[in-house]
Design a protein around this ligand. Structure first.
Ligand code: MSP
Length: 534
């Protein structure tokens, strides 16, 4: 059985999760569930990045102990993923003892291999990005731009990783596609950044006197590990790399390399595309053992700027300081989990940005789920109950309209699979909707409620209803990675839960056997209604 190892970025639990974090987890969850449906053995790893200066700063601002803050906020992330049906197999918390031990083993071995050295540094440091700055980081006005936040001058000794030694190799790996970055257009961003990597090494420690919240250096206890060096290692430590005897972590050799590290565009360069592959290489991973990066865009906030000359909507970043953060927990309370999951992956092309828009969320849910799919299921089951006593008959009747339904399902399924294999989730959903629309038109053109008035049309009516119910069963299976609980409800109403195949390979026409008894329709996607004054 092929394996599929998928991870997401681990979130900083220094605040509450917003829809950007939620999008990434739902995206990864849909892919994981889809791969399972393809018959792969899937391991989905996600978690939280609990160390670093940001965590410490927030704890200081809130007057709480940093470990308490990390634990408290980690619970919020866990509760949200549970609520949104994000079904992971491995949970990474970087304060976990197994992870600490793994990071320390890696540091010791890199030290022994001559990949680390200590030197003094004097210069500028961005507190927000937790990064040392060089002259090249200044903008055209010679200043460190707003993206760096507060910049301080400091002088300190630190440990460095010989990143520059791996820059030529990395360039070749990216150009040859052996180290893959998806979507394709993100590759040039990485290539531009590699030139710089050849010029500088990576500072991987922080003096404890300035930052104590991190993993201690095993051979120099005055230092803790730089948060990114620590965090990136989660992808292997929680997959069982260098695990202690008797540990219940997974078998590393069966998972690695990761088939998809799902990350946002902001952490592609330098962390995931420069530091990470070079770290892996220095640890002794071969060219064939490099992971694949799947880079998604950002959910921004749509707002109309009254003071702007520009017409229309303006997008701005979501941030705590702007106070425009959309809370996925509240959204799910208000509109339901299905609406949130559907919207987050339906209205953003993987790799690109999109602007969050509540009205769009409602429109898409009401149009594609409540009106199109919900209606189709409701009508199909209702008519089967009323006209056939709920019992599906294979009447032998066939005509162009019926074969049109089979062809539509087959081409929608093909389009769905090809979009999913390209990580194009919106197109996959559009492909399913095309079949739903086809079926609804099929009802309009071949109305069973009219045809049944003529007894001679009984076989035709039976064939129409079979085509509709069979379509609903296929749609539920294909939709299940996106809307697992709604898919289950649909299959339950069709009384097809037990016969629905667990893999796409076995999803063949004729799922519902002759004499199959369907159940009662009950709205799966109740329309979202807003009060007049909202
Ligand atoms: N802790 C680091 C990642 C370490 S991975 C070894 C981090 N954390 S984060 O909380 O700031 O971001 C976590 C993920 O959420 C990142 O992939 C980031 O791109 C994603 N998002 C944060 N805001 C986002 C949006 N507004 N939209 C979509 N994704 C966004 O970076």
């Amino acid at each position: 059985m092929p394996k599929f190892f998928i991870t997401t970025a681990i979130d900083y639990p220094n605040g509450i999760p917003h829809i950007g974090h939620a999008y990434e987890k739902v995206l990864a969850d849909v892919i994981a569930r889809y791969r399972r449906l393809c018959g792969d053995e899937v391991f989905f790893l996600t978690g939280v990045d609990q160390h670093g200066q940001k965590m410490l700063q927030t704890a200081e601002q809130e007057g709480v102990n940093v470990a308490t803050l990390a634990r408290r906020n980690t619970r919020k992330f866990l509760a949200l993923w549970e609520k949104l049906g994000v079904n992971f197999d491995g949970w990474a918390e970087t304060t976990d003892q197994d992870h600490k031990v793994c990071v320390q083993k890696i540091l010791t071995s890199l030290h022994q291999e001559g990949q680390l050295y200590k030197k003094a540094y004097k210069g500028f440091y961005s507190v927000r990005q937790e990064q040392y700055l060089t002259e090249k980081d200044r903008n055209e006005n010679g200043e460190f731009g707003a993206e760096w936040g507060k910049v301080i001058e400091l002088e300190e000794e630190n440990w460095y990783f010989k990143l520059s030694e791996h820059a030529d190799w990395l360039g070749k790996m990216v150009r040859s596609g052996k180290f893959a970055v998806l979507p394709e257009f993100r590759r040039s961003e990485v290539l531009n950044a590699i030139d710089r990597a050849g010029e500088t090494d990576l500072c991987i420690s922080r003096p404890k006197e300035r930052l104590h919240w991190g993993i201690e250096f095993p051979f120099d206890p005055d230092f803790v590990t730089y948060v990114w060096f620590d965090a990136l290692i989660n992808y292997i430590s929680f997959a069982g790399y260098l695990k202690e005897p008797g540990s219940d972590l997974p078998e590393f050799s069966q998972l690695w390399p990761a088939n998809a590290h799902v990350i946002g565009k902001d952490i592609l360069v330098p962390a995931h595309s420069i530091y990470w592959p070079c770290m892996l290489r220095a640890m002794g991973f071969s060219d064939e053992e490099m992971p694949t990066l799947l880079v998604h865009g950002w959910w921004n906030i749509k707002r109309t700027d009254e003071n702007s000359d520009q017409e229309g909507d303006i997008e701005e970043k979501m941030s705590k300081s702007l106070g425009n953060v959309v809370d996925p927990d509240q959204l799910a309370e208000r509109f339901g989990v299905d609406a949130v999951r559907y919207y987050l992956v339906r209205d953003i092309v993987t790799g690109k940005d999109s602007a969050f828009d509540m009205a769009r969320l409602i429109t898409l849910f009401n149009a594609e789920l409540a009106n199109d799919l919900g209606n189709l299921l409701n009508r199909s089951l209702n008519m089967t109950k009323r006209f056939l006593g709920g019992e599906l008959v294979i009447s032998g009747y066939d005509d162009e309209a019926c074969s049109g339904v089979r062809e539509s399902l087959s081409s929608s399924t093909d389009a769905f699979l090809s979009a999913m294999n390209n990580y194009d989730l919106p197109d996959a959903l559009k492909a399913l909707n095309a079949h739903v629309v086809h079926c609804n038109q099929f009802i309009e053109r071949n109305p069973p409620f009219e045809l049944r008035k003529d007894e001679a049309q009984a076989d035709r009516v039976a064939a129409i209803l079979f085509h509709l119910c069979e379509s609903c069963a296929h749609l539920a299976v294909l939709l299940s990675p996106f809307l697992p609980s709604a898919a289950e409800k649909i299959l339950h109403q069709l009384r097809a839960k037990e016969i629905a195949p667990s893999t796409i390979d076995s999803l063949q026409w004729g799922l519902l056997p002759p004499g199959h008894l369907t159940g009662k329709p009950k709205p799966v996607f109740p329309r979202i209604l807003l009060d007049e004054d909202e």
